[in-house]
Write a protein that binds this ligand. Sequence first.
Ligand SMILES: Nc1ncnc2c1ncn2[C@@H]1O[C@H](COP(=O)(O)OP(=O)(O)O)[C@@H](O)[C@H]1O
Ligand SMILES: [Mg+2]
Length: 289
Amino acid sequence: MIRVEGLTKNYGSLTAVDHVSFAIEEGICFGLLGPNGAGKTTTIEMMEGILAPTEGTILFRDQAIGANFHERVGIQFQHTALQEFITVEETLKLFSALYIRHRDLEEVIEICSLRDILKQDNRKLSGGQRQRLLLALALVNDPELVFLDEPTTGLDPQARRNFWSLIEKIRAEGKTIILTTHYMDEAQELCDDIAIMDHGHIIARNSPENLLSAHFEGVLVRLPWEESQPLPFPENVRRINNHIEIHSQDVDKTLHELIHAGVHLEGLSIHAPDLEDLFLKLTGSSLRS
Ligand SMILES: Nc1ncnc2c1ncn2[C@@H]1O[C@H](COP(=O)(O)OP(=O)(O)O)[C@@H](O)[C@H]1O
Ligand SMILES: [Mg+2]
């Protein structure tokens, strides 16, 4: 549906996005993941036709972005200023009037659960309500492609989960979604295909499942560990701050070995590697640091 090739953005001597290439199939939820400053917003704002690339091409359905592109896409920016002193309902009507294409506003209100707050002033919205309204504004022209730039950043856990179910609904309608996030669990939950970005580069690209199975076998066994304590066995063990992490292909065997080595299992946990572990493995740094 949309393809970028050699996409690059320089700000003076800083290369925010460095020759990035990928293609996104129709009907999927595509996740662009990475820490703050990775270049996610710069990348999608070039794809949205908001920022001019320094170099590279963007093709929407095999054609250069044309004059009617903005009629066909919906955008939720990372930061949006809403008009003050008008209500949610008035905001929806205002934005809807800017497009030639329309979706029935009743449907948009229903999808985004705005019914109860239609008469509220934009200034009085909670974080979650505001994000739902911004999503609704991205849907008023019934777009084929929806860009969501960190839509859940700053929301509390419950509001995040609610927002996830809205995204699922939109995807179920067959819309293509491009989502940026620095939450690995969000990407794992919502995205069919992801690109992990760091320092302006794509460092991994695949479905979450394929990425994990390509990089990890087995599970991770974690144990609290004093820095001065020697490691229980030298192989497949990594020291992380005040605990160790054992990469295990066989949990029974690993636990037996630990007990045999006289290690107390107090505080032990076992977990399947997730995208956060993958990022750590690929970059050597934690995503949220
Ligand atoms: N308008 C700008 N002028 C100068 N530098 C910018 C500008 N916008 C973004 N940057 C820089 O480009 C890099 C990537 O930023 P951004 O795309 O916003 O990352 P992300 O969305 O992944 O947090 C950062 O180092 C940021 O400081
Ligand atoms: Mg950003």
